[in-house]
Design a protein around this ligand. Structure first.
Ligand code: ADP
Ligand code: ADP
Ligand code: MG
Length: 479
Protein backbone atom coordinates (compact mmCIF):
# COMPACT_ATOMS: atom_id res chain seq x y z
CA UNK A 1 0.00 0.00 0.00
CA UNK A 2 0.98 3.58 -0.56
CA UNK A 3 -0.28 6.17 1.96
CA UNK A 4 1.69 9.29 1.12
CA UNK A 5 3.35 10.44 -2.13
CA UNK A 6 5.93 13.18 -2.53
CA UNK A 7 5.68 14.85 -5.93
CA UNK A 8 9.15 15.82 -7.17
CA UNK A 9 7.88 18.34 -9.69
CA UNK A 10 5.98 21.59 -10.22
CA UNK A 11 3.44 23.09 -12.64
CA UNK A 12 0.52 21.29 -14.21
CA UNK A 13 1.95 17.79 -13.79
CA UNK A 14 2.34 18.27 -10.02
CA UNK A 15 -1.36 19.26 -9.90
CA UNK A 16 -2.28 16.25 -12.05
CA UNK A 17 -0.52 13.87 -9.65
CA UNK A 18 -2.03 15.53 -6.55
CA UNK A 19 -5.48 15.03 -8.10
CA UNK A 20 -4.77 11.33 -8.67
CA UNK A 21 -3.64 11.04 -5.04
CA UNK A 22 -6.91 12.64 -3.88
CA UNK A 23 -8.92 10.26 -6.05
CA UNK A 24 -7.14 7.36 -4.36
CA UNK A 25 -7.32 8.83 -0.82
CA UNK A 26 -3.54 9.04 -0.69
CA UNK A 27 -1.84 12.00 1.02
CA UNK A 28 0.19 14.29 -1.24
CA UNK A 29 3.37 16.21 -0.49
CA UNK A 30 4.54 19.14 -2.61
CA UNK A 31 8.07 20.49 -2.77
CA UNK A 32 8.89 23.99 -3.97
CA UNK A 33 11.69 26.44 -4.51
CA UNK A 34 11.59 29.99 -3.20
CA UNK A 35 10.29 31.56 -6.46
CA UNK A 36 7.52 28.94 -6.56
CA UNK A 37 6.11 29.85 -3.15
CA UNK A 38 2.77 30.95 -4.59
CA UNK A 39 2.31 28.02 -6.95
CA UNK A 40 -0.93 26.11 -6.98
CA UNK A 41 0.71 22.75 -6.23
CA UNK A 42 1.97 24.23 -2.95
CA UNK A 43 -1.52 25.45 -2.06
CA UNK A 44 -3.45 22.28 -2.85
CA UNK A 45 -1.13 19.51 -1.64
CA UNK A 46 -1.74 18.13 1.85
CA UNK A 47 1.79 19.17 2.87
CA UNK A 48 4.42 21.36 1.22
CA UNK A 49 8.15 21.78 1.89
CA UNK A 50 10.60 24.31 0.59
CA UNK A 51 13.66 22.65 -0.90
CA UNK A 52 15.88 25.57 -1.75
CA UNK A 53 16.21 29.06 -3.05
CA UNK A 54 17.49 28.30 -6.55
CA UNK A 55 14.66 28.03 -9.05
CA UNK A 56 15.95 25.03 -10.98
CA UNK A 57 18.48 23.31 -8.73
CA UNK A 58 15.91 22.63 -6.01
CA UNK A 59 13.87 20.29 -8.20
CA UNK A 60 17.10 18.49 -9.18
CA UNK A 61 18.51 18.06 -5.67
CA UNK A 62 18.29 14.29 -5.22
CA UNK A 63 19.64 14.13 -1.66
CA UNK A 64 17.41 16.92 -0.41
CA UNK A 65 14.28 15.47 -1.99
CA UNK A 66 14.95 12.03 -0.51
CA UNK A 67 15.59 13.60 2.91
CA UNK A 68 12.28 15.48 2.77
CA UNK A 69 10.44 12.33 1.67
CA UNK A 70 11.87 10.36 4.58
CA UNK A 71 11.29 13.14 7.11
CA UNK A 72 7.61 13.51 6.20
CA UNK A 73 7.18 9.73 6.07
CA UNK A 74 6.17 9.52 2.42
CA UNK A 75 6.29 5.99 1.05
CA UNK A 76 6.62 6.89 -2.61
CA UNK A 77 7.89 9.58 -4.99
CA UNK A 78 6.24 10.57 -8.25
CA UNK A 79 8.75 12.29 -10.58
CA UNK A 80 6.31 13.75 -13.16
CA UNK A 81 8.04 14.61 -16.45
CA UNK A 82 11.22 16.62 -17.10
CA UNK A 83 13.50 17.36 -14.08
CA UNK A 84 14.55 14.03 -12.47
CA UNK A 85 11.94 11.83 -14.14
CA UNK A 86 14.38 10.01 -16.43
CA UNK A 87 17.38 10.17 -14.12
CA UNK A 88 18.22 6.58 -13.15
CA UNK A 89 20.38 7.77 -10.28
CA UNK A 90 17.33 9.38 -8.72
CA UNK A 91 15.28 6.20 -9.14
CA UNK A 92 18.19 4.23 -7.64
CA UNK A 93 18.49 6.66 -4.71
CA UNK A 94 14.76 6.14 -4.01
CA UNK A 95 15.14 2.36 -4.18
CA UNK A 96 18.18 2.51 -1.84
CA UNK A 97 16.28 4.71 0.61
CA UNK A 98 13.39 2.24 0.72
CA UNK A 99 11.06 4.63 -1.12
CA UNK A 100 8.88 3.51 -4.01
CA UNK A 101 9.84 5.31 -7.23
CA UNK A 102 6.66 5.63 -9.32
CA UNK A 103 8.10 4.51 -12.62
CA UNK A 104 10.18 1.62 -13.96
CA UNK A 105 13.17 0.18 -12.08
CA UNK A 106 16.36 2.30 -12.17
CA UNK A 107 18.22 -0.18 -14.39
CA UNK A 108 15.43 0.00 -16.98
CA UNK A 109 15.61 3.82 -16.96
CA UNK A 110 19.37 3.50 -17.39
CA UNK A 111 18.93 1.40 -20.52
CA UNK A 112 16.02 3.20 -22.15
CA UNK A 113 16.68 6.72 -20.85
CA UNK A 114 19.80 6.93 -23.01
CA UNK A 115 18.66 7.16 -26.65
CA UNK A 116 21.82 5.59 -28.02
CA UNK A 117 21.80 2.57 -25.68
CA UNK A 118 18.07 2.15 -26.36
CA UNK A 119 18.67 2.11 -30.14
CA UNK A 120 21.31 -0.56 -29.74
CA UNK A 121 19.12 -2.74 -27.50
CA UNK A 122 16.08 -2.39 -29.72
CA UNK A 123 17.96 -3.32 -32.85
CA UNK A 124 19.37 -6.41 -31.05
CA UNK A 125 15.78 -7.36 -30.25
CA UNK A 126 14.57 -7.10 -33.83
CA UNK A 127 12.80 -3.74 -33.48
CA UNK A 128 13.38 -1.59 -36.61
CA UNK A 129 15.51 1.48 -35.84
CA UNK A 130 16.35 4.47 -38.04
CA UNK A 131 19.57 3.68 -39.98
CA UNK A 132 22.53 5.43 -38.33
CA UNK A 133 25.43 4.94 -35.94
CA UNK A 134 25.33 1.65 -34.07
CA UNK A 135 27.99 2.18 -31.48
CA UNK A 136 27.33 2.14 -27.78
CA UNK A 137 29.87 4.81 -26.95
CA UNK A 138 30.47 8.31 -28.22
CA UNK A 139 31.22 8.86 -31.94
CA UNK A 140 34.06 11.04 -33.25
CA UNK A 141 33.55 13.53 -36.06
CA UNK A 142 35.42 11.25 -38.48
CA UNK A 143 33.22 8.29 -37.59
CA UNK A 144 30.13 10.42 -38.16
CA UNK A 145 31.47 11.60 -41.52
CA UNK A 146 32.03 8.02 -42.69
CA UNK A 147 28.60 6.95 -41.47
CA UNK A 148 26.89 9.93 -43.13
CA UNK A 149 28.47 9.04 -46.45
CA UNK A 150 27.18 5.50 -46.03
CA UNK A 151 23.58 6.38 -45.19
CA UNK A 152 23.46 9.59 -47.26
CA UNK A 153 22.50 13.16 -46.32
CA UNK A 154 20.38 14.62 -44.79
CA UNK A 155 21.26 13.21 -41.37
CA UNK A 156 20.24 14.19 -37.86
CA UNK A 157 22.59 14.52 -34.88
CA UNK A 158 21.15 13.83 -31.47
CA UNK A 159 22.32 14.05 -27.88
CA UNK A 160 22.13 10.58 -26.26
CA UNK A 161 20.76 12.15 -23.09
CA UNK A 162 18.56 14.69 -24.89
CA UNK A 163 14.87 15.46 -24.55
CA UNK A 164 12.23 18.14 -24.99
CA UNK A 165 13.36 18.76 -28.60
CA UNK A 166 16.80 19.97 -27.47
CA UNK A 167 20.20 18.68 -28.57
CA UNK A 168 19.03 17.96 -32.13
CA UNK A 169 20.64 19.22 -35.38
CA UNK A 170 19.60 18.38 -38.92
CA UNK A 171 22.55 18.33 -41.31
CA UNK A 172 21.85 18.68 -45.03
CA UNK A 173 25.37 18.50 -46.43
CA UNK A 174 28.88 17.47 -45.42
CA UNK A 175 30.11 21.08 -45.16
CA UNK A 176 27.65 21.64 -42.29
CA UNK A 177 28.58 18.51 -40.35
CA UNK A 178 31.50 19.83 -38.28
CA UNK A 179 29.82 23.02 -37.08
CA UNK A 180 26.54 21.19 -36.32
CA UNK A 181 28.45 18.48 -34.45
CA UNK A 182 30.13 21.08 -32.26
CA UNK A 183 26.90 23.00 -31.67
CA UNK A 184 25.07 19.79 -30.77
CA UNK A 185 27.78 18.75 -28.32
CA UNK A 186 27.77 22.18 -26.68
CA UNK A 187 24.00 22.17 -26.25
CA UNK A 188 24.04 18.57 -24.98
CA UNK A 189 26.63 19.41 -22.35
CA UNK A 190 24.82 22.56 -21.24
CA UNK A 191 21.35 21.00 -20.99
CA UNK A 192 21.96 17.35 -20.22
CA UNK A 193 25.44 17.34 -18.72
CA UNK A 194 26.40 14.65 -21.24
CA UNK A 195 27.95 15.61 -24.56
CA UNK A 196 27.58 12.20 -26.20
CA UNK A 197 26.14 12.53 -29.70
CA UNK A 198 24.93 9.95 -32.24
CA UNK A 199 23.54 10.13 -35.75
CA UNK A 200 20.50 8.91 -37.65
CA UNK A 201 19.33 9.16 -41.21
CA UNK A 202 16.98 12.16 -41.39
CA UNK A 203 13.64 10.76 -42.47
CA UNK A 204 12.04 13.39 -44.69
CA UNK A 205 8.59 14.54 -43.60
CA UNK A 206 7.76 11.65 -41.26
CA UNK A 207 4.86 11.32 -38.88
CA UNK A 208 5.61 11.04 -35.16
CA UNK A 209 3.49 8.20 -33.79
CA UNK A 210 3.91 7.00 -30.23
CA UNK A 211 2.43 4.10 -28.32
CA UNK A 212 1.43 4.28 -24.67
CA UNK A 213 2.38 1.14 -22.75
CA UNK A 214 1.52 0.04 -19.24
CA UNK A 215 3.12 -2.88 -17.43
CA UNK A 216 2.88 -4.21 -13.88
CA UNK A 217 5.74 -5.47 -11.70
CA UNK A 218 5.02 -9.09 -12.70
CA UNK A 219 5.72 -8.94 -16.44
CA UNK A 220 2.19 -8.24 -17.72
CA UNK A 221 2.45 -5.49 -20.38
CA UNK A 222 -0.24 -4.00 -22.62
CA UNK A 223 -0.43 -1.03 -24.96
CA UNK A 224 -3.11 1.68 -25.00
CA UNK A 225 -3.01 2.64 -28.69
CA UNK A 226 -1.20 5.52 -30.27
CA UNK A 227 -0.94 9.31 -30.32
CA UNK A 228 -0.02 11.34 -33.38
CA UNK A 229 2.40 14.06 -32.29
CA UNK A 230 3.46 15.31 -35.72
CA UNK A 231 2.32 18.90 -35.17
CA UNK A 232 5.64 20.21 -33.88
CA UNK A 233 7.70 23.36 -33.93
CA UNK A 234 11.47 22.92 -33.66
CA UNK A 235 11.04 19.24 -32.73
CA UNK A 236 8.72 20.14 -29.87
CA UNK A 237 5.14 18.95 -29.82
CA UNK A 238 2.39 21.56 -30.00
CA UNK A 239 -0.78 19.58 -30.75
CA UNK A 240 -1.30 15.83 -30.18
CA UNK A 241 -4.12 13.61 -31.40
CA UNK A 242 -5.37 10.18 -30.36
CA UNK A 243 -5.83 8.01 -32.27
CA UNK A 244 -3.72 8.94 -35.33
CA UNK A 245 -6.16 10.05 -38.08
CA UNK A 246 -3.98 8.65 -40.89
CA UNK A 247 -3.13 5.02 -40.10
CA UNK A 248 -5.00 1.77 -40.71
CA UNK A 249 -6.28 -0.55 -38.00
CA UNK A 250 -3.66 -3.11 -39.15
CA UNK A 251 -0.75 -0.72 -38.75
CA UNK A 252 -2.15 0.35 -35.38
CA UNK A 253 -2.04 -3.28 -34.24
CA UNK A 254 1.48 -3.83 -35.57
CA UNK A 255 2.79 -0.71 -33.85
CA UNK A 256 1.11 -1.75 -30.60
CA UNK A 257 2.57 -5.25 -30.69
CA UNK A 258 6.04 -3.84 -31.53
CA UNK A 259 5.87 -1.36 -28.64
CA UNK A 260 4.92 -4.14 -26.22
CA UNK A 261 7.83 -6.29 -27.38
CA UNK A 262 10.18 -3.30 -27.05
CA UNK A 263 8.99 -2.83 -23.46
CA UNK A 264 9.19 -6.55 -22.75
CA UNK A 265 12.78 -6.70 -24.07
CA UNK A 266 13.95 -4.49 -21.19
CA UNK A 267 11.62 -5.82 -18.49
CA UNK A 268 9.59 -2.63 -18.46
CA UNK A 269 7.08 -1.82 -15.73
CA UNK A 270 4.75 1.15 -15.05
CA UNK A 271 3.70 3.68 -17.73
CA UNK A 272 5.97 4.42 -20.67
CA UNK A 273 5.88 5.59 -24.25
CA UNK A 274 7.55 4.09 -27.29
CA UNK A 275 8.08 6.72 -29.98
CA UNK A 276 8.22 5.79 -33.66
CA UNK A 277 8.75 7.66 -36.90
CA UNK A 278 6.55 6.65 -39.80
CA UNK A 279 7.70 7.37 -43.34
CA UNK A 280 5.70 7.97 -46.53
CA UNK A 281 5.46 4.24 -47.17
CA UNK A 282 4.16 3.53 -43.66
CA UNK A 283 7.49 1.96 -42.70
CA UNK A 284 8.12 2.58 -39.03
CA UNK A 285 11.29 3.03 -36.99
CA UNK A 286 11.84 3.06 -33.23
CA UNK A 287 13.02 6.51 -32.15
CA UNK A 288 13.14 6.51 -28.35
CA UNK A 289 11.31 5.38 -25.25
CA UNK A 290 10.22 7.86 -22.61
CA UNK A 291 10.32 6.03 -19.29
CA UNK A 292 7.83 8.32 -17.54
CA UNK A 293 4.38 9.85 -17.81
CA UNK A 294 4.19 11.91 -21.00
CA UNK A 295 2.93 15.50 -21.29
CA UNK A 296 0.21 14.37 -23.73
CA UNK A 297 -1.02 11.39 -21.66
CA UNK A 298 -4.53 12.91 -21.17
CA UNK A 299 -5.61 12.26 -24.78
CA UNK A 300 -5.01 8.55 -24.27
CA UNK A 301 -6.99 8.70 -21.03
CA UNK A 302 -9.87 10.32 -22.91
CA UNK A 303 -10.10 7.84 -25.79
CA UNK A 304 -9.27 4.67 -23.83
CA UNK A 305 -10.99 5.50 -20.54
CA UNK A 306 -8.08 4.62 -18.27
CA UNK A 307 -6.60 7.01 -15.68
CA UNK A 308 -2.89 6.62 -16.39
CA UNK A 309 -1.60 8.40 -13.28
CA UNK A 310 -3.88 6.38 -11.01
CA UNK A 311 -2.63 3.23 -12.79
CA UNK A 312 0.98 4.32 -12.31
CA UNK A 313 0.41 4.62 -8.57
CA UNK A 314 -1.48 1.34 -8.24
CA UNK A 315 1.16 -0.53 -10.22
CA UNK A 316 3.95 1.01 -8.12
CA UNK A 317 2.07 -0.13 -5.00
CA UNK A 318 2.38 -3.69 -6.29
CA UNK A 319 -1.08 -4.26 -7.71
CA UNK A 320 -1.59 -6.67 -10.59
CA UNK A 321 -2.62 -4.86 -13.79
CA UNK A 322 -6.18 -6.15 -14.22
CA UNK A 323 -6.50 -5.10 -17.88
CA UNK A 324 -5.98 -7.41 -20.84
CA UNK A 325 -5.08 -6.23 -24.34
CA UNK A 326 -8.57 -7.22 -25.48
CA UNK A 327 -10.09 -4.78 -22.91
CA UNK A 328 -8.41 -1.83 -24.65
CA UNK A 329 -10.67 -0.11 -27.18
CA UNK A 330 -10.37 3.45 -28.43
CA UNK A 331 -13.54 5.53 -28.75
CA UNK A 332 -13.75 8.79 -30.68
CA UNK A 333 -10.93 11.31 -30.93
CA UNK A 334 -9.12 13.45 -28.38
CA UNK A 335 -6.80 16.37 -29.08
CA UNK A 336 -4.44 18.24 -26.79
CA UNK A 337 -3.16 21.74 -27.53
CA UNK A 338 -0.25 23.02 -25.47
CA UNK A 339 -0.93 26.64 -24.55
CA UNK A 340 2.40 28.30 -23.81
CA UNK A 341 3.47 31.77 -22.64
CA UNK A 342 5.26 32.83 -25.80
CA UNK A 343 5.27 35.83 -28.11
CA UNK A 344 4.47 34.48 -31.56
CA UNK A 345 5.54 37.77 -33.19
CA UNK A 346 8.95 37.73 -31.55
CA UNK A 347 10.03 34.32 -32.72
CA UNK A 348 8.13 32.62 -29.87
CA UNK A 349 10.31 34.00 -27.08
CA UNK A 350 8.93 33.02 -23.67
CA UNK A 351 6.93 35.73 -21.92
CA UNK A 352 6.70 36.04 -18.16
CA UNK A 353 4.55 38.16 -15.86
CA UNK A 354 1.28 38.40 -13.96
CA UNK A 355 -1.88 36.83 -15.34
CA UNK A 356 -4.90 39.13 -15.54
CA UNK A 357 -8.30 37.68 -16.37
CA UNK A 358 -8.32 33.89 -16.57
CA UNK A 359 -11.26 31.95 -17.96
CA UNK A 360 -10.39 28.44 -19.08
CA UNK A 361 -12.67 26.86 -21.68
CA UNK A 362 -15.52 24.74 -20.32
CA UNK A 363 -18.45 22.73 -21.60
CA UNK A 364 -19.03 19.22 -22.95
CA UNK A 365 -15.92 17.32 -24.01
CA UNK A 366 -13.46 19.89 -22.66
CA UNK A 367 -10.73 19.28 -20.05
CA UNK A 368 -8.04 21.69 -18.90
CA UNK A 369 -4.93 20.51 -17.05
CA UNK A 370 -3.22 23.59 -15.70
CA UNK A 371 -1.60 25.21 -12.70
CA UNK A 372 -2.32 28.86 -13.48
CA UNK A 373 -4.88 31.22 -11.92
CA UNK A 374 -5.78 34.92 -11.98
CA UNK A 375 -2.92 37.01 -10.53
CA UNK A 376 -0.45 34.12 -10.71
CA UNK A 377 2.95 35.43 -11.76
CA UNK A 378 4.47 33.24 -14.49
CA UNK A 379 8.19 32.95 -13.73
CA UNK A 380 10.80 32.97 -16.49
CA UNK A 381 12.88 30.07 -15.17
CA UNK A 382 10.75 27.15 -16.25
CA UNK A 383 9.02 25.56 -19.20
CA UNK A 384 6.61 28.03 -20.83
CA UNK A 385 3.62 25.62 -20.65
CA UNK A 386 0.58 27.41 -19.13
CA UNK A 387 -2.21 24.94 -19.78
CA UNK A 388 -3.06 21.81 -21.70
CA UNK A 389 -6.41 22.07 -23.41
CA UNK A 390 -7.84 18.61 -24.07
CA UNK A 391 -11.00 18.12 -26.11
CA UNK A 392 -12.91 15.00 -27.02
CA UNK A 393 -15.53 14.19 -29.66
CA UNK A 394 -16.87 11.25 -31.64
CA UNK A 395 -15.14 12.02 -34.95
CA UNK A 396 -12.00 13.77 -36.18
CA UNK A 397 -13.99 16.61 -37.82
CA UNK A 398 -15.94 17.27 -34.65
CA UNK A 399 -12.92 17.17 -32.39
CA UNK A 400 -11.17 19.84 -34.52
CA UNK A 401 -14.33 22.00 -34.39
CA UNK A 402 -14.39 21.59 -30.65
CA UNK A 403 -10.71 22.47 -30.38
CA UNK A 404 -11.36 25.69 -32.29
CA UNK A 405 -14.41 26.50 -30.15
CA UNK A 406 -12.60 25.86 -26.85
CA UNK A 407 -9.52 27.84 -27.88
CA UNK A 408 -11.74 30.79 -28.78
CA UNK A 409 -13.38 30.62 -25.33
CA UNK A 410 -10.05 30.43 -23.51
CA UNK A 411 -8.98 33.73 -21.92
CA UNK A 412 -5.53 34.32 -20.42
CA UNK A 413 -4.98 38.07 -20.20
CA UNK A 414 -1.99 40.35 -19.74
CA UNK A 415 0.46 37.80 -21.07
CA UNK A 416 1.43 36.80 -24.59
CA UNK A 417 0.21 33.28 -25.29
CA UNK A 418 0.04 30.92 -28.25
CA UNK A 419 -3.79 30.75 -28.21
CA UNK A 420 -4.22 32.86 -31.40
CA UNK A 421 -1.56 30.78 -33.17
CA UNK A 422 -3.29 27.52 -32.15
CA UNK A 423 -6.65 28.84 -33.40
CA UNK A 424 -4.96 29.64 -36.72
CA UNK A 425 -3.71 26.03 -37.01
CA UNK A 426 -7.31 24.77 -36.77
CA UNK A 427 -8.10 26.75 -39.92
CA UNK A 428 -5.50 25.09 -42.15
CA UNK A 429 -7.01 22.65 -44.63
CA UNK A 430 -4.39 19.87 -44.27
CA UNK A 431 -4.83 19.88 -40.49
CA UNK A 432 -8.62 19.70 -40.77
CA UNK A 433 -8.33 16.77 -43.15
CA UNK A 434 -5.84 14.92 -40.97
CA UNK A 435 -3.10 15.01 -43.62
CA UNK A 436 0.07 16.27 -42.01
CA UNK A 437 3.57 15.25 -40.97
CA UNK A 438 6.30 16.81 -38.81
CA UNK A 439 7.02 19.44 -41.49
CA UNK A 440 3.48 20.86 -41.17
CA UNK A 441 4.26 23.92 -39.05
CA UNK A 442 7.38 24.90 -41.00
CA UNK A 443 5.66 24.41 -44.36
CA UNK A 444 2.51 26.30 -43.39
CA UNK A 445 4.07 28.94 -41.13
CA UNK A 446 3.18 31.82 -43.42
CA UNK A 447 -0.42 30.71 -43.82
CA UNK A 448 -0.80 30.07 -40.08
CA UNK A 449 0.58 33.51 -39.21
CA UNK A 450 -1.75 35.15 -41.71
CA UNK A 451 -4.66 33.52 -39.83
CA UNK A 452 -3.25 34.43 -36.42
CA UNK A 453 -5.49 37.14 -35.00
CA UNK A 454 -3.69 38.48 -32.02
CA UNK A 455 -4.62 41.72 -30.32
CA UNK A 456 -0.93 42.56 -30.23
CA UNK A 457 0.35 42.13 -33.73
CA UNK A 458 2.20 45.36 -34.29
CA UNK A 459 4.73 43.76 -36.61
CA UNK A 460 2.56 41.06 -38.28
CA UNK A 461 3.40 42.16 -41.84
CA UNK A 462 7.16 42.27 -41.29
CA UNK A 463 7.19 38.90 -39.52
CA UNK A 464 5.24 37.23 -42.33
CA UNK A 465 7.48 38.78 -44.98
CA UNK A 466 10.59 37.62 -43.11
CA UNK A 467 9.18 34.08 -42.76
CA UNK A 468 8.37 33.95 -46.47
CA UNK A 469 11.89 35.08 -47.37
CA UNK A 470 13.50 32.55 -45.02
CA UNK A 471 11.37 29.71 -46.39
CA UNK A 472 12.37 30.67 -49.90
CA UNK A 473 16.07 30.73 -48.96
CA UNK A 474 15.79 27.29 -47.30
CA UNK A 475 14.02 25.85 -50.34
CA UNK A 476 16.73 27.14 -52.66
CA UNK A 477 19.59 25.97 -50.44
CA UNK A 478 18.13 22.46 -50.33
CA UNK A 479 17.67 22.15 -54.09
P1 ADP B 1 6.76 14.61 -23.96
O1 ADP B 1 7.79 13.69 -24.54
O2 ADP B 1 6.07 14.09 -22.77
O3 ADP B 1 5.89 15.15 -25.00
P2 ADP B 1 8.49 16.89 -23.90
O4 ADP B 1 9.53 16.30 -24.80
O5 ADP B 1 7.65 18.01 -24.39
O6 ADP B 1 7.57 15.76 -23.32
O7 ADP B 1 9.19 17.31 -22.55
C1 ADP B 1 8.43 17.67 -21.44
C2 ADP B 1 9.25 18.44 -20.47
O8 ADP B 1 10.31 17.66 -20.00
C3 ADP B 1 9.89 19.68 -21.06
O9 ADP B 1 9.93 20.63 -20.05
C4 ADP B 1 11.29 19.24 -21.41
O10 ADP B 1 12.17 20.32 -21.42
C5 ADP B 1 11.57 18.26 -20.29
N1 ADP B 1 12.46 17.17 -20.70
C6 ADP B 1 12.17 16.17 -21.56
N2 ADP B 1 13.22 15.33 -21.67
C7 ADP B 1 14.20 15.81 -20.86
C8 ADP B 1 15.53 15.38 -20.53
N3 ADP B 1 16.09 14.31 -21.07
N4 ADP B 1 16.22 16.13 -19.65
C9 ADP B 1 15.67 17.23 -19.11
N5 ADP B 1 14.43 17.67 -19.37
C10 ADP B 1 13.70 16.99 -20.23
P1 ADP C 1 13.21 14.32 -27.87
O1 ADP C 1 13.85 13.46 -26.85
O2 ADP C 1 13.66 15.71 -27.83
O3 ADP C 1 11.74 14.11 -27.88
P2 ADP C 1 13.29 12.66 -30.27
O4 ADP C 1 14.42 11.76 -30.59
O5 ADP C 1 12.06 12.04 -29.77
O6 ADP C 1 13.81 13.78 -29.26
O7 ADP C 1 12.95 13.54 -31.56
C1 ADP C 1 12.13 14.68 -31.49
C2 ADP C 1 11.56 14.99 -32.86
O8 ADP C 1 12.61 15.22 -33.83
C3 ADP C 1 10.74 13.88 -33.48
O9 ADP C 1 9.41 13.89 -33.03
C4 ADP C 1 10.84 14.19 -34.97
O10 ADP C 1 9.97 15.21 -35.35
C5 ADP C 1 12.26 14.70 -35.09
N1 ADP C 1 13.17 13.59 -35.44
C6 ADP C 1 13.88 12.84 -34.59
N2 ADP C 1 14.61 11.91 -35.25
C7 ADP C 1 14.36 12.07 -36.56
C8 ADP C 1 14.81 11.43 -37.75
N3 ADP C 1 15.69 10.43 -37.73
N4 ADP C 1 14.30 11.87 -38.94
C9 ADP C 1 13.42 12.90 -38.98
N5 ADP C 1 12.98 13.55 -37.90
C10 ADP C 1 13.43 13.15 -36.69
MG1 MG D 1 10.83 12.27 -28.17
Amino acid sequence: MIYKILIANRGEIAIRVIRACRDLHIKSVAIYTEPDMHCLHVKIADEAYKIGTNAIRGYLDIDRIIDVAKACKADAIHPGYGFLSENYEFAKACEDAGLIFIGPRSEVIHKMGNKNIARYLMSKNGIPIVPGTEKLNDCSLDELKTQAEKIGYPVILKASGGGGGRGIRVVHKEEELESSFEACKREALAFFNNDEVFMEKYIVNPRHIEIQVLGDNYGHIIHLCERDCSIQRRHQKIIEIAPCPSISEDLRKTLGVTAVSAARAVGYSNAGTVEFLLDDYNRFYFMEMNTRIQVEHPITEEVIGVDLVVRQIRIAAGEILDLEQSDIKHRGYAVEARITAENVWKNFIPSAGKIGEYFPALGPGVRVDSHIYKDYVVPSFYDSLLAKLIVKATSYDLVINKLERALKEFVIDDLRTTIPFLIAITKIREFRRGYFDTSFIETHMQEILEHTEDRHQENKEEVIAAIAATLQRIREARK
